[in-house]
Design a protein around this ligand. Structure first.
Ligand SMILES: Cc1cc2nc3c(=O)[nH]c(=O)nc-3n(C[C@H](O)[C@H](O)[C@H](O)COP(=O)(O)O)c2cc1C
Length: 198
């Protein structure tokens, strides 16, 4: 495959994606100050190697909410996985299962909670944006519970969205809107199906 670092992986991914979608994933709001600062913050964290303290397999496993996972690294919630892969969040869930960690499934997913939770065999948590209509929240929470999700992750920093640098023009917005409408329609249909027990 020929990549060793995250930059190489990003370059490979960019080759496979349309510019619109690559920009949606990599771009930030306004002057992208937060994106740059997030990256800079990670680069300030150093791993200190421990030497002369014995060989062996280091144990990176941790317990989180009663689940033991292979490492203290989880898959952060990101929306619309079917923009980049036809199996969408189900494929990401299988990656979580294969690496024995947790996938935090976005509320704006393009697959249903039930399908994703089943594909990860219980290694899914659900991310939620607070909704003015609490019955919508409740329905998501119940379905997460019934699907075996062990935790909810509430995102509180998106009451308004920043303005995206729309260098990739209107088609990106249309593409995202279509996907978002599909996601919600899909969740609503699933809700009705689950509630009516058919
Ligand atoms: C393409 C993309 C989609 C995202 N979608 C969501 C989402 O649906 N829900 C959410 O809570 N966060 C979402 N995020 C935010 C990420 O989960 C994460 O918090 C953010 O990228 C900063 O993480 P980092 O600085 O650790 O990389 C998204 C981020 C990106 C880049």
């Amino acid at each position: 495959m020929g990549w060793i670092g995250l930059r190489d992986l990003e370059a490979e991914a960019t080759k496979l994606l349309t510019p619109t979608i690559a920009d949606y994933i990599a771009g930030g709001s306004d002057d992208e100050v937060t994106v740059k600062e997030n990256e800079a913050a990670y680069s300030r964290i150093s791993l200190v190697p421990r030497v002369l303290c014995g060989a062996g397999d280091p144990d990176l496993t941790i317990d989180l909410f009663g689940q033991r996972i292979s490492m203290p690294v989880l898959i952060a919630p990101t929306a619309f996985h079917r923009l980049v892969h036809d199996q969408g969040e189900t494929a990401t869930a299988r990656a979580a299962l294969a690496t024995d960690t947790i996938m935090i499934m976005s509320m704006a997913s393009t697959e249903t909670i039930e399908k994703v939770a089943a594909a990860s065999e219980g290694r899914t948590w659900l991310q939620l944006y607070l909704q003015p209509d609490l019955s919508v929240m409740e329905s998501f929470v119940r379905r997460a519970e019934d699907s075996g999700c062990k935790a909810l992750v509430i995102t509180v920093d998106s009451p308004v969205f920043g303005s995206v640098n729309v260098m990739f023009a209107m088609d990106s917005l249309i593409c995202l809107l279509v996907s978002f409408v599909r996601t919600f329609a899909c969740h609503q249909m699933e809700n009705r199906r689950v509630e009516s027990g058919v």
